[in-house]
Design a binder for this molecule. Structure first.
Ligand code: SAM
Length: 290
């Protein structure tokens, strides 16, 4: 029996006071770096209400105490992260960016690695949601390397703060929505038709290592193997400036010299850092660590 659920009666329609909102917002920020704007207060309230009822809690203040002190607080943090994150994603998301990335970043990088007599490539997909982004990167590599792909040592480290998303990514089965911008030929080549949807082929899945990880955890960030490329698209929009700086600095440290950082189309490093050299290509900015 958990600490706060025992004697409290269930009540429908619990609402959040301004004070409780600030309390929870600060707690979420401290744990995840995600900043919930005041404008999202009502969305926040409706997302949490059901959970409070499930736990038999009477107020958002009690939920805050539950998150801080209850014996099941660790498991509750997993639920909390699932409730606060936006996991929108799809295969071949932002096709223009991916084309530019393949032509202007990936191909020259692969050629350079080959020139050095090596066949190792590490990519980090930070905030990978349900896996569509890192699997797309794996497919792009298969398309680029052709038969030679089997001789390369490719590792795509993909992580997210949502356990539900990591589980879905590991399962690797997708519906039409996830495939909405995926070329038909790619679907045929890299997926297996199943009753539940399209399953990513094992040779593609093999390249990606999915792990639960919080970008607000500096030690976890340091454990990621050094990368040639970091993809962090549509993630830092949820962070405040301080958190953006910490995460981007961690990417900089993780990247090998000559490596690249790619962000989402509405994101940039403006006001965050000048450490990277931006390369402007039609369709994307690629941030180079020189
Ligand atoms: C909108 S999705 C973007 C997915 C993918 N990168 C794309 O662009 O299609 C943002 C993802 O970032 C994850 N995220 C948010 N804050 C995070 C944090 N502190 N640590 C790790 N992942 C986080 C969310 O769980 C969510 O799955």
């Amino acid at each position: 029996m958990s600490l706060f659920s025992s004697s409290i009666s269930l009540r429908k329609g619990i609402s959040i006071t301004d004070e409780e909102f600030v309390q929870l917002r600060d707690f979420i920020y401290e744990k995840s770096g995600i900043f919930v704007d005041q404008k999202r207060k009502y969305l926040f309230e409706s997302r949490f209400r059901k959970r409070l009822q499930e736990l038999g809690l009477n107020s958002f203040g009690d939920y805050h105490k539950f998150l801080k002190f209850d014996s099941s607080r660790k498991e509750e943090m997993i639920r909390l992260f699932e409730m606060i994150t936006t996991n929108e994603t799809s295969f071949y998301r932002d096709t223009k960016q991916l084309e530019a990335f393949t032509d202007k970043v990936l191909s020259p990088l692969v050629a350079d690695i080959r020139k050095q007599g090596k066949k190792d490539l590490n990519i980090w997909s930070a905030g990978c949601s349900s896996g569509e982004e890192p699997y797309t990167l794996a497919i792009l590599l298969f398309e680029l390397l052709g038969m030679d792909a089997a001789r390369w040592n490719i590792r795509i480290n993909a992580n997210d703060i949502s356990m539900a998303m990591i589980n879905k990514a590991r399962e690797g089965v997708y519906n039409d929505y996830a495939m909405k911008t995926t070329p038909e030929a790619i679907k045929k080549k890299y997926f297996i038709n199943e009753a539940g949807g399209l399953r990513i082929k094992p040779e593609v899945a093999k390249l990606v290592d999915f792990r639960l990880m919080n970008l607000n955890d500096p030690l976890a960030l340091k454990r990621i193997p050094r990368s040639h490329i970091v993809f962090c698209r549509n993630v830092i929009i949820y962070f405040d400036e301080d958190m953006k700086k910490r995460v981007i600095n961690a990417f900089y440290d993780n990247l090998m010299p000559g490596g690249y950082l790619l962000l989402g189309h509405s994101e940039s490093l403006h006001k965050i850092t000048k450490a990277f050299k931006p390369e402007f290509h039609p369709g994307t900015i690629a941030y180079k660590k020189e």
